[in-house]
Design a protein around this ligand. Structure first.
Ligand code: PLP
Length: 447
């Protein structure tokens, strides 16, 4: 056989065809190692996913045990012990009557399932016109066409013609650059009332659900809503007979210091999406938690939820996710998130004092973001052409630190810092030292 010349480089299709990505061959705790022998501090847990760090023996052992017991059953033929157990654990931890769980393979699929479930629910209630799912201008709910249609991440929404809807139109809860021109002390949560305006524009009779991340991740660079925002949104949804979908793909399972950020916000959503931290990156797995009141309507109607995937609720992934929850419970991980999160917050605030370009340190638990500005006093951002966030990410990488570029397109001027939830005080210090060195390089480079 004649060898294919391409085999000398790489067969793997990567996001940027002209970039040579480091090739990782090992991970341990918050560190990744590449084939050239370099060590990286995983300061964003990849994409806020590797929440327990890399190479955990407890999870690997569980994986092997389940794989040799039963790795696959098909959801239309069988349930299985591992998926039943995971559903039980999640529903017991979740707020309110989120008493049913459906499993899919990615956050995007969780969004798709929630879209279908919302529309299905209203059909069962005799309201087939309720088919719109409203979202926010700064939001990200996934790459598949339905999920992207409800996402407001301009940078990830190229023109896909009629396949993509424009359902994300609600202004963000973005206090540093408030779309209503307000400062926190003069704010009456106008950004929450904006949902009601959007609902009126579309007609409540046409709206099945609204979707929102309790804390916006990639699309905004960690946007924490003002107090009371989600309670107000819950009231608006109830008043207009509209379901509330909480996208906890990033915030769920401990990232913000509690099991669910919805609980911290004081609400029970009708549907709640989980992915990323639910498996801590040890397997592709996601979930939609569904309110019992929704299931009751379907049970009294058609009795059928006719959507899912081949790998939904596969026992291998389910047992891995259950062992992630066990690990968090038995190793006081939530306490660690709160304690290390406070250290990280203070350290980032101190860096912000030293570096004029670094502003608006914002977040909760171990999910932190900040913005990069050309001028602190006027909040003038860097020109979009500079791609400030990517420049700082590159400077961090030179110091062996991985952080996540984010922010609102076209500025893309925010950074997410979200290390694994098991970091130690010493490792938080290491992360901050590397970030400080990268900020010095960044400032020298743009001066
Ligand atoms: N929802 C949120 C809040 C996300 O951050 C993401 C991914 O970054 C998704 C949904 C989509 O998840 P996935 O990439 O697993 O499809």
């Amino acid at each position: 056989m004649t060898p294919n010349p391409r085999a000398e480089s790489s067969y793997l299709l990567k996001p940027n065809l002209s970039t040579n990505y480091p090739v990782v061959d090992r991970g341990e705790g918050p560190y990744l190692f590449d084939t050239a022998g370099r060590r990286y501090f995983d300061g964003s847990s990849g994409a806020m996913t590797a929440n327990l760090g890399h190479g955990l023996k407890e999870i690997a052992d569980q994986m092997a045990a389940q794989a040799s017991t039963v790795a696959f059953t098909f959801r239309n033929q069988f349930s299985n012990v591992a998926a039943e157990e995971l559903a039980r654990k999640l529903c017991q931890l979740a707020p309110g009557d989120l008493d049913r769980a459906f499993f899919v393979n990615s956050g995007s699929e969780a969004s798709e399932y929630a879209i279908r479930m919302s529309i299905h629910y209203w059909k069962e209630r005799g309201q087939p016109n309720k088919t719109k799912i409203l979202g926010r201008l700064t939001s990200y709910h996934g790459m598949t066409m339905g999920a992207l249609s409800i996402s407001g991440h301009a940078g990830r929404r190229p023109d896909y013609g009629p396949l993509l809807h424009d359902f994300a139109s609600v202004p963000p809860a973005y206090c540093y650059r408030c779309p209503f021109g307000l400062e926190p002390d003069g704010c009456a949560t106008e950004c929450a009332d904006a949902w009601e305006t959007a609902i009126a524009a579309h007609g409540a009779n046409n709206v099945a659900a609204v979707i929102a991340e309790p804390i916006v991740g990639a699309a905004g660079g960690v946007l924490v809503p003002p107090p009371g925002y989600f309670r107000r949104l819950r009231e608006i949804c109830d008043r207009h007979d509209i379901l509330l979908i909480a996208d906890e793909v990033i915030t769920g399972i401990g990232r913000t210091g509690t099991w669910f950020a919805s609980a911290t916000e004081g609400i029970v959503p009708d549907l709640l999406l989980l992915a990323k931290g639910m498996s801590a990156g040890y397997t592709p797995m996601a979930a939609v938690l569904v309110g019992q009141r929704i299931v009751d309507v379907i049970a009294q109607g058609s009795g059928s939820v006719p959507f899912g995937h081949t790998f939904s609720a596969n026992p291998l992934s389910a047992s891995i996710c259950a062992s992630v929850i066990d690990y968090i419970e038995h190793n006081d991980v939530l306490d660690n998130v709160n304690a290390r999160g406070a250290e990280l917050r203070d350290g980032l605030a101190a860096l912000s004092q030293r570096h004029a370009c670094m502003v608006d340190v914002r977040g909760r638990g171990l999910l932190w973001g900040f913005e990069l500005v050309r001028d602190r006093a006027s909040r003038r951002p860097f020109d979009a052409a500079l791609n400030a966030a990517r420049k700082l990410v590159a400077a961090c990488l030179d110091h062996g630190l991985v952080v996540y570029p984010a922010g609102i397109a076209p500025l893309n001027n925010a950074i997410i810092v979200a290390p694994p939830l098991i970091v130690t005080t010493e490792q938080v210090g290491e992360l901050l030292a590397k970030l400080g060195a990268a900020l010095r390089d960044f400032e020298a480079g743009i001066a």
